[in-house]
Design a protein around this ligand. Structure first.
Ligand code: COA
Length: 260
């Protein structure tokens, strides 16, 4: 995969995607969003990849937001289109990937940067990370799902405060509130994400994909999450991974999941 603004490296079944615009603190412009969307789609369809780590280049920022210079002169319709296309092409796409994505938040995760981290299935932050949705300080609101995903992760009252004050949250506070799963020293960040990823890739990728779908269904107002769980639970019984997992357990050996 050849991209201008992102790099992808694979280690076994784990891919690491790095957003590479350090001079602009990895801000998300149209091209970065398109490249990330394309890359994530390809990784999700790649049976050799069972977990993705997403991070930013440099030691200062994960992503400092949507590229402000790109939308500063937008009209009402252009603003609406920016949010709709971004949500569809990247943020919803990442959330609905059946390959788990871990955000390695290595510094500022602001605006679209925090929204991107929140679209990932889990987050690990470095001690220097700072997270916030400062859009109202620019006269706009979060448009890449931030008003929806932040309250789900930290609760409505805390989300209201973070969004209305436009302040940044420290990594330790983010861990306390459940916004991130762990906080580690910056030099240990990718190692911690790899440690989680290695535990993930031992398991059935098919079952993990079903679990992600069932969990996400519970947050979709038009879907009954419990019914989705019943459907997907049943569907799992028809997979080779289920046969392999149960047989391996009974034969007292390690399962060799093929992801089908
Ligand atoms: N969009 C476009 N460019 C951005 C950006 C963004 N969201 N965030 C940072 N940059 C650019 C800066 O313009 C600067 O570019 P320049 O060197 O060509 O002037 C470069 O990245 C470095 O940023 P700088 O502001 O000089 O770094 P800093 O350490 O002084 O401050 C931040 C870091 C994150 C506090 C500050 O960059 C910031 O507030 N960024 C915007 C955050 C934001 O509001 N995001 C939400 C957008 S909806």
């Amino acid at each position: 995969m050849n991209y201008k603004n992102i790099t992808v490296s694979n280690e076994g079944l784990i891919a690491t995607v790095t957003i590479n615009r350090p001079d602009k603190l990895n801000a998300l412009n149209k091209q970065v969003i398109a490249e990330l969307g394309d890359c994530m789609t390809q990784l999700d369809n790649d049976v050799e990849i069972r977990c993705v780590i997403l991070t930013g280049s440099g030691d200062k920022a994960f992503v400092a937001g949507a590229d402000i210079s790109e939308f500063a002169s937008f009209s009402v319709d252009e603003g609406k289109k920016l949010a709709a296309e971004g949500q569809q092409k990247l943020f919803d796409l990442v959330e609905n990937m059946t390959t788990p994505v871990i955000a390695a938040v290595n510094g500022f995760a602001l605006g679209g940067g925090l929204e991107l981290a929140m679209s990932c299935h889990m987050r690990v932050a470095s001690e220097n990370a700072k997270m916030g949705l400062p859009e109202v300080s620019l006269g706009v609101i979060p448009g890449y799902g931030g008003t929806q995903r932040l309250p789900r992760l930290i609760g409505k009252g805390r989300a209201m405060e973070l969004i209305a004050t436009a302040q940044m949250m420290s990594a330790s506070r983010a861990e306390e509130t459940g916004l991130v799963n762990y906080v580690v020293p910056q030099e240990a960040l990718l190692e911690k994400c790899q440690e989680i990823a290695k535990k993930i890739v031992r398991n059935s990728p098919t079952a993990i994909g079903f679990a992600i779908q069932a969990i996400n269904a519970g947050f979709d107002h038009e879907t009954n999450g419990f019914n989705s769980e019943i459907e997907l639970f049943g569907k799992a019984f028809g997979t080779n991974d289920f046969k392999e997992g149960t047989t391996a357990f009974l034969e007292k050996r390690k399962a060799d999941f093929k992801g089908n």
